[in-house]
Design a protein around this ligand. Structure first.
Ligand code: 1BN
Ligand code: ZN
Length: 368
């Protein structure tokens, strides 16, 4: 209800209030839409299925194949940015699952004049009605030359989250291929945003260049194809944004009550993997996910989607890593254990959300 009142201009609202049948129909439709998403049931994999699903995740491979090529300066429109785009496209293009990768390229005004920005959108099955979206930003924050040529790597911000998304696609390639072949209603989409960072100083127009553009594009693209009242944003079941990941012992609190149940599920996955002995440097008193810890609103790439009614899970730690926006946000200061553990937790979350069961070698009759 509150959403309805905020979403409509005042004039349209009073018009609706004067026509009770329209008013109740709109409210009912809204409730129906909410029910569909609120009742999404994720699978819970057995211990055997979990071992099988996580058998291919490999931190060394991720570091070498996915992360190292991302640890370059990658300001929008530069050679570094182009190399990173190429790396993301080649990596996803080489996988068996068959990702459809498209570019959203556009020019925007910045405090330094016009610049070209490019978002990358990878969709497992573009014909599926609904999507679980995983998102990160691949641009690095711009530091002008007066910083004596120092290079800002942005290892947690957000090279590591992007590498984790590529590792997820690689490690779960067979599971995602099998899932796609069953033509499900629900698929996986990976979004790599350009221009998250302010070029000069964070304002409404100097920040979130890529996500503002893509949210607008998705809103004006009918989905499913040919639909006249639904668009690509309606197809997003849940939008999971990962940022500032890679420092030791992160804590993720709840920013949005509408998605705290998914944070609870991540907490539950963390507990299950802990009790199976699958997490490293993770004693009993360490806990990454805190669904009952409310945290304040943080500006980030989810905002243009949130403002259009998309359900958001913002995986950004509280507090931010101590190296945030310093030249120490580099490879040396990344914490391998938390990255490896979060890889496993997020990979299992994605499989369970998609209801994509791997083949359990102990129990092959459970094959999908
Ligand atoms: C996150 C990582 N952000 C920038 N790099 C967004 C942000 C901007 C968060 C300003 C807090 C303040
Ligand atoms: Zn940043």
């Amino acid at each position: 209800m509150a959403f309805l009142f905020f979403a409509l201009p005042l004039q349209a609202m009073s018009h609706l209030l004067l026509q009770p049948h329209i008013f109740f129909c709109v409210v009912l439709c809204n409730i129906k839409k909410k029910l569909r998403c609120l009742t999404h049931r994720a699978a819970t994999l057995t211990a055997g299925e979990i071992r099988s699903a996580l058998a291919h995740t490999d931190l060394d491979k991720m570091w070498q194949r996915d992360l190292t090529p991302l640890l370059v300066t990658r300001y929008p429109g530069t050679a570094g940015s182009l190399a990173v785009q190429q790396h993301i496209k080649t990596t996803l293009g080489s996988l068996e699952a068959g990702w459809s990768v498209t570019e959203d390229s556009f020019e925007a005004q910045t405090p330094y004049g016009p610049r070209t920005f490019t978002n990358l959108i990878a969709t497992l099955d573009p014909s599926a009605k609904r999507r679980l979206v995983l998102a990160c930003h691949y641009d690095s924050k711009y530091y002008p030359p007066q910083w004596h040529g120092k290079e800002f790597q942005g290892a947690t911000d957000s090279a590591a989250p992007c590498a984790m998304m590529l590792e997820l696609a690689r490690a779960l390639d067979q599971e995602l291929k099998t899932h796609k072949s069953s033509s499900p209603d629900l698929t996986l989409q990976l979004l790599f945003f350009d221009g998250e960072e302010a070029m000069f100083q964070w304002t409404a127009t100097d920040s979130l260049y890529g996500s503002r553009h893509l949210a607008q594009q998705m809103e004006s693209t009918p989905h499913p194809a040919g639909a006249d009242d639904t668009n690509l944003l309606h197809g997003i079941d849940l939008f999971v944004l990962m940022d500032l990941i890679g420092a030791p012992t992160p804590r993720f609190g709840s920013q949005f009550s509408s998605t705290s149940r998914w944070l609870t599920r991540l907490q539950n996955i963390e507990r299950r993997l802990h009790s199976m002995g699958l997490l490293i440097d993770h004693p009993a008193d360490v806990q990454y996910f805190w669904p009952n810890m409310p945290v304040g609103f943080v500006q980030d790439d989810h905002v243009p989607f949130l403002n259009r009614g998309v359900r958001i899970l913002h995986l950004i730690p509280t507090p931010f890593p101590s190296v945030w926006h310093t030249f120490d946000d580099n490879e040396e200061n990344l914490d391998r254990s938390s990255i490896q553990n979060l890889n496993k937790i997020i990979q299992l979350f994605a499989l369970e959300y998609l209801n994509a069961r791997p083949i359990d070698p102990q129990n092959p009759q459970n094959a999908p």
